[in-house]
Design a protein around this ligand. Sequence first.
Ligand code: R5P
Length: 300
Amino acid sequence: MTRRSRLPDAIYGFPESESQSRRLALELGVPHRAIGVHRFPDGETRITVAPPAENAIVYRSLDRPNEKLVELLLAASALRDQGARRLTLLAPYMAYMRQDAAFQDGEAVSQRAIGAWLGRAFDRVVTVNPHLHRTPSIAEIFPGAEAIAADAAPALAAHIAALGLADAVLVGPDEESAALVHAVGALAKRPLLIGRKVRQGDRGVDIEIDGIARIVNAPVVIVDDIVSSGATFMTCARLLKRAGAARILGLVVHALYSPESAQGMQNAGVETIASTDTVPHPSNAIPLALTLAGALRRRP
Ligand code: R5P
């Protein structure tokens, strides 16, 4: 079997991330097909996926996920109805990974519920740096489907090298960022510090960083997998500024934050944030088409 014949027959992209899905199709050398999305006045959606393919990738990042999830299942159903035998969901940002336990009585374990749902609809799920804190392996999340987690660390490290900040210190704001920050630090050959975070609510956190004196007069790059409300970045930046950082920059895999949060982070002292394009966002500076194409070629 040739390498080409093992790749998907086509990549189907939703409108909001069409430039990313087209770039990936180009990188892999397979056709790109745009998914039609029509929203009726009553809030329901008609999804059109054509022409069919036996082995198809559906590309959709699952930020602001609720409506997108339903549309995704409609797309999968349309492809199956037309004879698809192998369906891959390529969701560069995978939603609902952080609620991996019932922290209070009665709470849904969203990671398990959404994972089971997607695992039934798709044969394979590909994502980038899923937020797995207490779940040891991504394979557990999507029962019945193969699961692949592509790693953005090499692309983040390359971005640091391109910035040329030879004396920069990397800072991970909490234990949950530690694996990513260690991987980026090793590849970029930069020293690093990892903080300890206590969350006080959706928009409030406390952070402590042992050995923070290391950053006095040095440029600092805060590295994290997700920025959502921006509270983690704001608190971390204020702490670093008070401790004497020369400059504070940010590097993020999944940028989910609003313009108001961007302003808040800037006010807290963050000069600029560069994110990957897993979620279409004004901060996108690091395209991951090569990373995703590499993951798909390795395990077609
Ligand atoms: C979890 O702790 C993650 O690594 C991020 O630090 C977190 O999701 C960021 O959320 P926020 O921007 O709302 O503080």
